[in-house]
Design a protein. Sequence first.
Length: 333
Amino acid sequence: MVIAMHAPDGFLEPGVAVATAAISVAVLALALRHAGSELDDRRVPLAGLCAAFVFAAQMFNFPVASGTTGHLLGGALAAILLGPWVGALVVAIVIGVQALLFADGGLTALGTNVLNMAIVPAFAGWALFLLFRRVLPRSSSGVVAATGLASGLTVVVGAMAFSLEWLFGASAPVPFDTVFGAMVGVHALIGIGEGVLSALVVAAVMAARPDLVAGARDLTPEERGDRRAVTARTFALGALLVALVAAAVVSQFAVDDPDGLERVAEEQGFADRAGDHAIAASPFADYATAGIGDERLSLAVAGLAGVTVTLLVGTGLVSASRRRVPAPARVAP
């Protein structure tokens, strides 16, 4: 089962691919430093769980209109849960695992996909979230509403980012304004789904552990509704179960129609610029498990493997970055 999500090799010229890769590497290096100083022991597991959930959620393509599908980007959602630096890092981990293990998104386009799907949505989503928080009530419902609005708009911002890259590195003679209009139009519809899904996730976390939501740190217990938080173990197990069910079960109902970028590429005549993936022979390529003939079981095993890998990489990378932070020097009495 092929679940196309990201830009493949060949959509953009090599110069743009190199430039976006350089920007992504620089930002992620800074994100690693911020992760080490911003996350306490309670929130380190949340980074891994967020990576696992975003991976699982991206396996589900939902219909939007006329044979086009969309899927969760998760950049704004991760930023609201973890802060923009850690949020961008978490989604970048997901995109890296998808490209290197599942042949989803080109290897030369990895920097472009990280920039458009992780970095831009995380920071734009955080900025929009803070803007909406200023005009919405200081309450859990205000946080949830701001999440939905900001998340939906970041899908359009990500589409704009690709359009600007097309302006400087188009692989086909399709005008910038044509690509821009088509990308923004279809992704505005996809943004509705992104906003709803992100708002639901943040609402669930706010109900269970509001103290873990970076975007709600300024709220008092009374403004949050004075809910009794579940234990950290219960929350972690519940979040992991949701990710596993999404990857193994919900993914079975994904729609196979082209996603927003694929649809634009087909309609504008540059879909044939996509190159073959360098690791198309991966055991989990196209979210199918080599050696398993049953399509549903093959997809489920691949999904469970992806959740496990992203959970371990996300948690391990953030934990390692924290260990590198030197302890404060003692002041002699």
